[in-house]
Structures are given as C-alpha cells and as structure tokens.
Design a protein around this ligand. Structure first.
Ligand SMILES: [Zn+2]
Ligand SMILES: [Zn+2]
Ligand SMILES: [Zn+2]
Length: 112
C-alpha cells in the first residue's frame, strides 16, 4: 500500500571497533588522491579507521569508495560543513557516531 512505512529493521553496524579516529583534522587540503593525480572532487569524506580523506560518489573518481575497496576500512564520515553523518560501506547503513571531536575546515570544491 502506498505510504505504508516499512519497519526499521536490519542489523546494526558491527564495525564500530574499526573506528580509530576520535578527532577530525582541523583543516584538510582536499581529496588526497585527487590532489596527487590532478583530479577534482565534489564532496569530501574521511575514513574513520586511518583518516584518509577521499571524495564522494558524486565526484568523478570516487576516491573514498576506492579507498574502502583497497583497504576494507568500513566507515567514512562526511567532512562537509554542518554534516556529521557517517556511512558503513559493509552494512550500507548511515550512522551517527558519537565521540568524534572537531570539525574540519575544507577548501571549496573545484567543481561547485
Ligand atoms: Zn558496519
Ligand atoms: Zn578524489
Ligand atoms: Zn582508511
């Protein structure tokens, strides 16, 4: 039936023990991989296991997702101003992770 709400179910994320970043960097220069290769990013994401800064899936090179595939690090968090959501690639679930301090200053996207 239209508008019938699906129950909120599914297993919670089981990868929180992979989160090793407790404080966001004060400032980042952009997507690490785009800066190295001359690419351009739209939005920035940070890996909560190692602190790698990559670009989102709207960016041409999707370096945050590529980093997940290369390392199996499971969880990223948005570095966009005012955004504090995280995402587990393995469980494909959005998360709000408490206990991560700070907010990163980021440069404007080269594409926006
Ligand atoms: Zn997970
Ligand atoms: Zn990138
Ligand atoms: Zn990582």
């Amino acid at each position: 039936m239209e508008g019938y709400a699906r129950p909120v179910a599914g297993p919670p994320c089981t990868h929180l023990d992979a989160v090793a970043v407790s404080e966001l960097p004060a400032e980042v220069d952009g997507c690490e991989d785009c800066l190295r290769t001359g690419g351009k990013w739209v939005h920035l994401r940070i890996c909560l296991t190692c602190g790698h800064v990559g670009c989102c899936d709207s960016s041409p090179n999707r370096h945050a997702t590529a980093h997940h595939h290369a390392t199996a690090h499971p969880i990223i968090r948005s570095l966009q101003p005012g955004e504090d959501w995280s995402w587990c690639y393995v469980d494909e679930v959005g998360l709000a992770i408490d206990g991560i301090a700070g907010e990163s200053r980021i440069p404007p996207s080269p594409l926006l």
